[in-house]
Structures are given as C-alpha cells and as structure tokens.
Design a protein around this ligand. Structure first.
Ligand code: NDP
Length: 471
C-alpha cells in the first residue's frame, strides 16, 4: 500500500487506537514508504492534524532505532488532512483520485456514515488495488450485513475488504490454535465426551463512560457478543485446520459458526440486565437509566448472557455460554473450559473432587489449569492447585496488527463476509425476542457481579457437579 487514508481522522478510534497502532508499525519499519492522509468533516487545519499524529508518534519514537525515527519523521512530514463530507456524492472519489495509489481506506466513521460513503462511490471511482477497511458493527442484521457485503463487492474484490474485529490480536488467535493443535494431550478430550461446558466471559468494570450515543442503541449483545465473543467461541470450537493460512483458518471459523445457534425458548437460553447506581471501587456510578444521553425506554441491556449450541458431532449438547457486561465489580476476560468429573473416584480419598478447568485469559494472555492433587497434610485428602503459564504476546498493539494485515494484504484476522452475516443470524432471533419482551430485563448494582439471581450461574448439561469423595 502506498497510502493509508483514515476517514474519521478527528474521531476517538483514530486518536486512541489507530494512530498509536500505526506509530508502532512505522517505528519498526514495517510500513516503509507509506503516506498517511486523514479526512473528516470538521475544518481542521493541517497543524491540528499534525499535532494529533505527532502526539501518537512521539511515544513510539522514544523506542525506535535510527531507521525507525527516520520513518516516523518521513510520515509526519508528508501527512495531510482533508476536509471532506464523505457522504456527499463525488467528494470521496475526488480525494481518492488525488492520493498515491494503491490506497487503503479506513472507515473510522459511524456505521451509517460508512454505509452512505460506500453507497455514493462508483466502481470507477475506486482505483485498482484499493483496500476497504470496515469497522464494527458490520451491518445491523443478517440482511443489512448481506446488502453491505454486496455493495462492497461492487467496489473491490472480497480479498480487498477487511472487516475488523480487534478483540483478538494475532497472538491470541495463534495462542489458542497452538494450544489446541500443537499438543497431543488436549485434542483427544476436546469434545462432548469430556467437556461439560465452555464459558466465554468479558466482564468490564467500566460503565458507560460517555458513550451513550453509540451504546444506547447497541447494548451488550450487539456490541460484544454478536461480534467479538462469537469469534472467540469459534476459535475454541473449530475443527483442526490443515494450515493457519487465511483460507483454511477462516473456512474452519465459518463452518463452526454455521453450525451454531441459540435455541428457543429464549427465556431459558438467554438473560439480560441493566445496571443501577452503585460503586466500583471508590468510584460512584449512576444508574444506567440516568446516564446522560440514555433513553431508559429503549431497555438497553448492559449485561447479556446467551447459551450457544454447536450442532455437530464434536459438540452436540455442550453449552457455550457467552457473557459480557459493563459496570461489574471484577474485570474478567477469559474462556473457561469445565471438564466432566471423573467417572469414579477411588474410595479412600477424602475431600471434594472438583472437575478440571482450563482457563485462557485474554490480554495479557495466560493459561491456567485447575487440577486436584493430594494433600497438603493428609495425603488422602484432595486439594486444588492451579498450573499457570503466561502466553507470549505480540510486539504490536491490536490495531498495529490490524493495520499490518491491511497494509500487507493479509486477511487472516479480517472477518470473512459470510461469517459477518452468520454472526447476525445467530443473535437476531434473540434480539427480536428481547424486543417483544419475552425475556425480562433484570437489574444489578454497578460494582456487583450481576443480578443476585444469576449467582452460581452454571447451566450444567447434566446434574453432575462436584463429586464428594468417600469419607
Ligand atoms: P467518533 O464519533 O469519535 O468519530 C467519528 C468520525 O467520523 C469523526 O472523525 C467525524 O469527523 C467523522 N465523520 C462523521 N460524519 C462524517 C462525514 N459525513 N464525512 C466525514 N467524516 C465524518 O467515532 P469513533 O471513532 O468512536 O468510532 C468510529 C468507528 O469505529 C465506529 O464504527 C465504531 O463502532 C468503531 N469502533 C470504535 C471504537 C472506539 O473505541 N472508539 C472501538 C471499536 C470500534 P468530524 O467530527 O470531523 O465530522
């Protein structure tokens, strides 16, 4: 790519995530010769834009070697800002024509604006080699995602479309694949015969943080589960790909998502809740309904949990419980696999034999395996220990990895078109049932662990929890 054009240059995503990610790439000489252009509808001066880029680049500059420093300086000297209403016919096309091709166009815009910007582009406006980078949410339903896919394909080929899901960086994806498929001990037991349930949890201790404009019309199910958590689930559940190239890997993801669904009655398979006033540590948090910009009558959930089933030979009957929420007391970002209990514990042991659990923590990536051992003290008594390991991280920020994929033309981490549609297909019936009021909107205090009725929220496949050993 010769040019990275960021639409939405004045926005939050660009300042907080995209430019720092880009700075790392430039500072490590992985974006040699790249030109950076920014566009927004605000009348920013070139100086304002330069200040924004400079601030992000300054940090990376401190760690760069001489060649990296030179690259950063070169990008800073050549960057430009363009005041453009991208929804006005012809304006984005004219900007594209002025930039050095091939151009990667990053749509860091509100989703409706991105959609409109693509609608006013004609195929002949888009120079050969152009890549289009679409942020989440990709569409707002299966049908709208399908239409957006169709529209984008009239502009560039599918392999030039990058649908970003920044939740899982490359290292995390490869860490899970490595753990599952580079070890013989896990794969033989990674199925319904040995696993009771898989939970994928993203609990945030942050509340709304002024994002009502976006979040109040999204909610936890659309914001987190529809995109990010289903992607994590796919990694946990997919069949062994023959290689980790994008074709094999994304096909395996697509296959497992096509087999996945949330089954009615949704009162049993889903739940939702909204936080009320409370404290998170020393912070007082107002009730979600009282947050500025929130319309309480929308009944937007700030905590959602769904039970997904993967209907195939490996997973039939194993619940994949996906949960995400805001303003919770404890931050938790992990996949937790609970194995079935042993079929028989030799008599003579005392204490409680709890099922093994494997926990993969995300950001920083960690691995924990809970096993029963003997002692201490009484060697007949069972005790619990956790085997822990830190998994290796990438040297890039997640958005550095996203941009590297875009600039090198590697779609491995980009969501494939059919997958973007499948994820909506999975959650849409739930959104509709919630809209009809079939599932009550419960409440929890900010800073708590969720509604009291959710405590001990396991949904076991069979009534077999911990096994009491013979005394
Ligand atoms: P912001 O509201 O902060 O920024 C939106 C940007 O769009 C502004 O730069 C604005 O420019 C520009 N814009 C709006 N209308 C037009 C127009 N007609 N022509 C040109 N530019 C326009 O949004 P975010 O940065 O938060 O989000 C952008 C995208 O990234 C969204 O899809 C969001 O879902 C996604 N995202 C955001 C994350 C975040 O943490 N912020 C995280 C993950 C995804 P101006 O002000 O000059 O009009």
């Amino acid at each position: 790519m010769k040019t990275l054009l960021i639409l939405g240059a004045t926005g939050d995503l660009t300042g907080r995530l995209l430019l720092p990610g880009l700075a790392q790439l430039v500072a490590t000489c992985r974006a040699r010769g790249l030109k950076l252009a920014g566009a927004g509808s605000s009348p920013w001066t070139p100086g304002q834009w330069l200040d924004r880029v400079d601030t992000s680049f300054a940090d990376a500059g401190l760690r760069a070697d001489a060649a990296g420093k030179l690259e950063l300086k070169r990008v800073l000297e050549s960057t430009s800002y363009h005041q453009v209403d991208v929804t006005a016919p012809g304006l984005l096309a004219a900007l594209l024509a002025r930039l050095e091709a091939p151009v990667a166009v990053y749509f860091a815009l509100p989703p409706q604006v991105s959609q409109k910007a693509c609608e006013v582009l004609h195929p002949h406006d888009v120079p050969p080699g152009t890549r289009l980078v679409m942020e989440k949410p990709f569409g707002s339903s299966q049908e709208s995602a399908r239409q957006l896919n169709e529209l984008l394909r009239t502009l560039v080929p599918e392999d030039h479309i990058h649908r970003v899901d920044h939740f899982l960086g490359k290292a995390t994806v490869l860490n899970i694949l490595g753990l599952r498929f580079a070890n013989t001990f896990l794969e033989p037991i990674w199925n319904r015969n040995h696993i009771e349930k898989v939970e994928i949890i993203f609990d945030e201790d942050l509340a709304l943080e002024g994002r009502a404009r976006y979040y109040d019309s999204a909610g936890a199910l659309r914001d987190m589960i529809q995109s990010h958590l289903l992607q994590v689930m796919a990694l946990m559940a997919l069949e062994p790909p023959a290689s980790v190239n994008e074709r094999d890997f994304r096909e395996a993801v697509g296959t497992v998502l096509r087999a996945s669904s949330i089954k009615p009655p949704y009162r049993m398979s889903t739940r939702r809740a909204r936080y009320t006033a409370g404290s998170i540590g020393a912070r007082r948090v107002p009730s979600y309904a009282d947050e500025p910009g929130v319309d309480p009558s929308r009944n937007t959930e700030t905590l959602a949990e769904v039970e997904v089933h993967v209907d195939n030979w490996r997973w039939q009957g194993v619940p994949f419980i996906l949960r995400s929420g805001k303003a919770l007391g404890t931050k938790r970002k992990e996949a937790l696999v609970t194995f079935l209990p042993v079929p028989h514990l030799p008599q003579g042991f005392t204490g409680v034999d709890s099922p093994n659990q494997l926990r993969i923590g995300f950001g920083p990536d960690t691995l924990e395996f809970d096993v029963d051992v003997n002692g201490p003290g009484n060697i007949f008594s069972l005790d619990r220990v956790t085997l822990e390991a830190e998994l290796n991280a990438s040297d890039l920020l997640p958005y550095g990895e996203v941009l590297e994929g875009v600039l090198t033309g590697d779609p491995l981490l980009s969501v494939r078109s059919d997958t973007a549609e499948e994820c909506w297909r999975i959650v849409e019936p739930v959104l509709e049932a919630w809209e009809r009021g079939e599932v009550p909107l419960e409440e929890y205090d900010a800073g708590s662990s969720g509604p009291a009725s959710w405590a001990g929220s396991a949904r076991p496949r069979q009534p077999h929890g911990a096994v009491e050993a013979g005394q």
